[in-house]
Design a protein around this ligand. Structure first.
Ligand SMILES: C[S@@+](CC[C@H](N)C(=O)[O-])C[C@H]1O[C@@H](n2cnc3c(N)ncnc32)[C@H](O)[C@@H]1O
Length: 240
């Protein structure tokens, strides 16, 4: 078993333990009173979804974003929740049944190498992508699957700039019990995510939230250029 496999097994085991109480404990995440719901709302708004749209919620966990997404895509839209951990998906499934949503489907899969359905209108990932070592590849794969004008939004935690190492370590100790905090801090995955969004998407935007403890990274795929006798072909895209 490689180190990557071991880390993944550890992560799954951790979320299996957390799944049962995740909806309650996540309200204290990463600290009591943290404006997590406001941040989720902001991320969903940044997707610019319309009724009838299809959206992938990558690493959806127990589906805490689903009700926000349902409100915008409506019953004619589609939500695809993807997660690595079976126990988290079981909770998400229970939420779907309790809420009576017939347009939400779940897939158990690793974000790394996930084959995004082609032509989706948006991809969202909240509080998860910095845990995925292959996050740059995931962003690139997702970007290629987006429909013209489709949007990607990644919301996650980060270490604020200029924070002394020991303080950052203390602050993140409760948040990242499943992996080495040192590794997470040294890897600085939020920078990888920022660079990948800039590389792969049009109009990338980066917003630091709540004193730099979180970020919202967004971007879109260019719209196809309309067919024009003198212009580029219909399959070309504005700005790549
Ligand atoms: C902190 S929870 C966040 C869940 C949800 N997105 C939310 O906002 O509440 C992190 C989730 O990421 C999932 N996850 C971590 N690594 C993953 C990977 N490589 N592929 C898919 N899911 C992953 C875990 O199983 C867990 O459900």
């Amino acid at each position: 078993m490689t180190q990557v496999d071991r880390t993944r097994e550890h992560l799954i085991a951790t979320y299996r333990r957390k799944a049962k109480h995740y909806d309650i404990t996540s309200r204290l995440y990463p600290a009591p009173g943290y404006p997590q719901r406001t941040q989720r709302l902001r991320a969903v708004r940044a997707l610019g979804l319309r009724r009838g749209d299809t959206v992938v919620d990558m690493a959806c966990g127990t589906g805490l974003n689903f009700s926000l997404l349902e409100k915008v895509v409506g019953p004619g839209g589609r939500i695809v929740g993807v997660d690595l951990t079976d126990a988290m998906l079981a909770r998400a499934q229970a939420r779907i049944e309790t809420s009576g949503w017939s347009n939400v489907s779940l897939l158990q899969a690793d974000a790394a190498g996930f084959d995004f359905p082609a032509g989706v209108n948006a991809i969202l990932s909240t509080y998860a992508m910095t845990q995925v070592p292959e996050c740059a590849d995931v962003i690139a794969h997702g970007a290629k699957a987006l429909a013209g004008g489709g949007r990607w939004a990644v919301l996650d935690l980060k270490v604020p700039g200029n924070t002394p190492g020991w303080l950052a370590q203390l602050g993140t100790a409760t948040v990242r019990p499943f992996a080495s905090i040192d590794q997470w801090m040294m890897r600085r995955p939020w920078e990888t995510i920022r660079a990948a969004m800039q590389e792969e998407l049009n109009d990338p935007a980066w917003t630091e939230l709540f004193f730099g403890t979180a970020f919202l990274a967004t971007g879109s795929r260019g719209r196809p250029v309309p067919m024009d006798t003198d212009g580029p072909s219909a399959s070309a895209e504005v700005g790549g």
